[in-house]
Write a protein that binds this ligand. Structure first.
Ligand SMILES: [Zn+2]
Length: 319
């Protein structure tokens, strides 16, 4: 554990950027959330991060000396060792951006940048209800599907920092085209966007449903499914089915102690997790499955901030 008791965590999302001062027990002080905005050039991204950092630090200026550093969770392919964003799927203009160095110069604290799904997993691993298991895989389901794999008290990044791209596991041959360039990726079948896309298509085809084309989120589909809307239920369970195929393969490959389901979809709780478990247990190799717990995130929207701060606070992590 780092000798200093605090670090700042930033979670850079597609809709919001969240930040806060995190202590070494995982408590967040001075939580700040601002809109990511639509103009997403590198200068603006830096300005928004600096804005949050200044807000958090000025509220705590008397003990800046106790702040060990800043961790930033950012979507995309990150060179963690050099603190560079190699590329980010929704920010095509951002290439080889030296974010850690640029922020460190301004703020005069050590800065670490890591893939956002990895920071969520790291947050759940360090501070969630099921903390410090032997191994953990965290699957974040939202617009896309992200993943973080924790093995031997470390984030498993792979040979060139791209491990954990669970959303791009291919679960259907010649399936739906994915933004990554491949076909049949899990995220095309089990993400919130996939659910919305399938609902839109069915409504346009004239399928009878209580769902409304003008107000259609994954949460609306969940609410309608709970009220027994046939289309909503079908879409919801189809997403559960494909995710269960992905999870069964992960269990067979890694035999993790715990799988955490995070992101917006996890808010459906046992309505989502119970049928998911049932299917996973059906598909996974039985002798391994008995030991793997499947649970929903216990830190919710805060996992990314806490995990980012713990990139700094948990000094055992190999960066
Ligand atoms: Zn893909």
């Amino acid at each position: 554990m780092n000798k200093k008791k605090f670090a700042i965590g930033i979670d850079f999302g597609g809709t919001n950027i969240r930040g806060g001062l995190v202590d070494n027990t995982g408590k967040i002080k001075n939580y700040i959330k601002i809109s990511t905005g639509s103009q997403k050039n590198y200068q603006e991204i830096k300005n928004k991060i600096i804005f949050i950092l200044n807000k958090v630090i000025s509220k705590n200026s008397s003990f800046k000396k106790n702040i060990a550093g800043v961790g930033i969770g950012f979507p995309g392919l990150i060179d963690v060792q050099r603190g560079i964003i190699i590329k980010s799927p929704n920010l095509p203009d951002l290439r080889n951006a030296p974010l850690a160095l640029d922020i460190a110069k301004k703020i005069e604290l050590p800065v670490v940048v890591e893939n956002d799904a990895n920071t969520i997993a790291w947050g759940e691993y360090c501070c969630g209800k099921y903390k410090n298991p032997e191994s953990m895989i965290c699957i974040t389901i939202g617009t896309g599907i992200g993943g973080g794999i924790i093995i031997n008290n470390n984030i498993w990044r792979g040979f060139s920092n791209t491990a954990g791209e669970i959303g791009h596991m291919i679960i259907k041959e010649n399936g739906i085209k994915c933004g990554c360039g491949s076909r049949g990726c899990l995220e095309q079948y089990a993400s919130a966007s996939a659910m919305i896309r399938d609902a839109e298509k069915a409504i346009k085809r004239g399928v009878k449903t209580s769902l409304n084309l003008n107000k259609l989120t994954a949460f609306d589909i969940y609410k309608a499914a709970k009220k027994n809307d046939i289309l909503a239920k079908k879409i919801f369970l189809s997403s559960v089915h494909y995710l269960s195929l992905g999870i069964a393969s992960l269990i067979n490959s890694f035999n993790p102690e715990i799988i955490v389901i995070a992101g917006g979809v996890a808010k459906a709780g046992s309505f989502y997790i119970s049928p998911l478990k049932k299917e996973v247990y059906m598909y996974a190799y039985t002798s391994l499955i008995n030991k793997t717990k499947i649970v929903k995130s216990t830190l919710g929207d805060c996992a990314g901030i806490i995990g980012s701060a713990f990139l700094i606070l948990n000094a055992d992590l190999n960066l």
